[in-house]
Design a protein around this ligand. Structure first.
Ligand code: EPU
Length: 417
């Protein structure tokens, strides 16, 4: 199994192009299920989760071709098997994004119920409740959610909590429903907007994406379209934090600053100088940085997907920071690993108290989930000596060619077996 070996102590310096957003690409690929015509998706990141999603869509009967320029063409002319089996769902919860489109298009779907995962319980009750409000019957049979419906009908749905993939699943299902669906307490994440832009290009009628109330007027059928996936704001944020933590300088291109306000604000607070343009962000950090406290909340507040990276940043900051996680109940698995590098972190409930230490020291650590592994990479970049990160397949789920991109910034990082 692949491992990453990092020799820390280099201040990152250089330019990196940001890839397409994983969490926009995954639902957009599922949107192909809604039409018998081809959907051409550009700027699809080359990631393990994307490969898993393409395998899953291929198993349903979607024909897929990938070109050399990160473009994927999907055509769901015939869906032979409207199902997502457990062996794929258990490796990637986002497989549940097939449920809404499949039941809307085929009138039936069998999608394995996701179990617990490394970052928390993550139930899908809001997805189910919304589809039931649109007229689907959903039963659990042998561990699968089995959904059946004639044509779905529009409904007013109020989600009990803000759920990103829940909002996306219901929005996709509603595009083909009979009548108007209103989703209240909807997620406002930029990836929801990107999906809405793609669906609109396919002929859907959607208003309010990016606000907490989305109105979808169902249409008889959707058609083929071409869509370019937005830049990955979490990859962008991860590189910014890596540069800040090493006291370096980075220019990120093919990205957007306007979807990273909370992260950029926190980086400025810790002492980084940041300039932004239409599609680039530049960060410079001179000398050491101050501790910054963060609390995760739904967009536009500070993202849970950046919490682990800020833990590493604070590990060697001047002062003490608190990091509060409100979205997932078990997303602190990286803390024990960062402690192996010498970080001083204690817990009070869902808050981690990070006391900055002068330096971390390299050690062997184990990645437990995607963003935890990103925090360990940052830990390795700032630690003295060598850090060996085990189970890097977690990292490959969400970061495209990360060791290549970091090497280009001067990092001493290599993949070993
Ligand atoms: N929740 C429920 N019931 C539901 C749905 C969600 O109780 O029916 C709870 C979850 O257990 C969690 C909270 O609501 O406590 C928010 O979960 P959400 O549904 O928003 O998460 P998600 O849609 O499963 C997406 C991203 C995650 C990201 C979260 C939060 C994708 C494919 N995944 O997950 O990304 O952390 O939103 O922003 O979009 C990652 O990229 O590393 C990642 C985990």
């Amino acid at each position: 199994m692949d491992k990453l070996l990092i020799e820390g102590g280099v201040a990152l310096d250089g330019e990196v192009a940001i890839s397409g957003a994983k969490n926009a690409a995954l639902p957009i690929l599922c949107a192909a299920l809604l039409t018998p015509e081809p959907l051409h998706v550009e700027n699809v990141p080359h990631l393990r989760d994307v490969t898993t999603m393409l395998n899953l869509l291929g198993q349903t009967g979607v024909s897929i071709s990938v070109d050399e320029k990160l473009g994927v063409e999907l055509c769901a002319a015939d869906i032979s098997t409207p199902a997502a089996p457990y062996d794929l769902v258990k490796t990637m919860r986002a497989s549940v994004l097939t449920l809404g489109p499949l039941v809307a298009r085929c009138g039936e779907a069998r999608v394995a119920l996701p179990g617990g995962c490394a970052i928390g319980l993550r139930p899908v009750d809001q997805h189910i409740k919304g589809l039931q409000a649109m007229g689907a019957t959903i039963a659990v049979e042998h561990g699968d959610m089995v959904a059946r419906a004639g044509r779905l009908r529009g409904a007013r749905i109020r989600n009990d909590l803000v759920t990103v993939t829940g909002t996306e699943n219901l929005m996709m299902a509603a595009t083909l429903a009979d009548g108007v669906t209103v989703i209240e307490n909807a997620a406002r994440e930029p990836e929801v907007i990107d999906l809405a832009v793609c669906l609109t290009a396919m002929g859907a009628k959607i208003e309010g994406a990016g606000t907490d109330t989305i109105r979808i007027e169902g249409v008889e059928r959707l058609h083929g379209a071409r869509h370019r996936v937005m830049p990955d704001r979490i990859e962008t944020g991860t590189f910014l934090v890596a540069a800040a933590a090493t006291g370096g300088r980075v220019r990120l291109t093919q990205t957007r600053a306007d979807i990273l306000d909370a992260v950029i604000g926190k980086l400025r607070e810790c002492g980084a100088r940041i300039e932004t343009g239409a599609d680039w962000i530049e960060l410079r950090m001179n000398g050491t940085h101050e501790a910054v406290s963060v609390c995760t909340e739904p967009y536009p507040a500070f993202p849970t997907d950046m919490q682990a990276q800020f833990m590493s940043l604070n590990a060697i900051a001047k002062g003490t920071a608190t990091i509060t996680e409100t979205i997932f109940e078990n997303r602190f698995m990286h803390v024990q690993e960062l402690k192996r590098l010498g970080a001083d972190i204690e817990f009070e409930g869902n808050t981690a108290i990070v006391k900055g230490v002068p330096a971390l020291d390299g050690a062997t650590v184990m990645a437990t989930d995607l963003r935890a592994s990103a925090s360990l990479v940052i830990g390795g970049l700032i630690a003295r000596g060598k850090t060996l990160i085990e189970r890097v397949y977690h990292l490959d789920r969400g970061y495209e060619r990360i060791e290549e991109k970091l090497s280009r910034l001067g990092a001493r990082i290599e993949r070993v077996r």
